[in-house]
Design a protein around this ligand. Structure first.
Ligand SMILES: [Zn+2]
Length: 73
């Protein structure tokens, strides 16, 4: 194969519809584990108790923030 084939393609990046963090399209979100509005990966399962509480707080705040954004539309 010629070296003209060695260039890297741009990754198909998108943002998570649930939490808004940048994530690959057609992949479950690494942050919240949701894909197309459904939870496909239990991201809490691999966290210990302390991290889980922290993450739950963060998610609640993000949901509040996104709800406010939609009110302003
Ligand atoms: Zn997400």
């Amino acid at each position: 194969m010629r070296r003209s084939h060695h260039a890297l393609d741009a990754v198909n990046a998108g943002t998570c519809q649930k939490c808004g963090t940048p994530s690959l399209s057609h992949r479950a979100c690494a942050n919240c584990g949701f894909y197309r509005g459904r939870e496909v990966v239990n991201v809490f399962a691999k966290l210990d108790k302390k991290d889980r509480k922290k993450r739950e707080k963060e998610m609640a705040q993000q949901e509040k923030a996104s709800a406010k954004k939609e009110e302003n539309k």
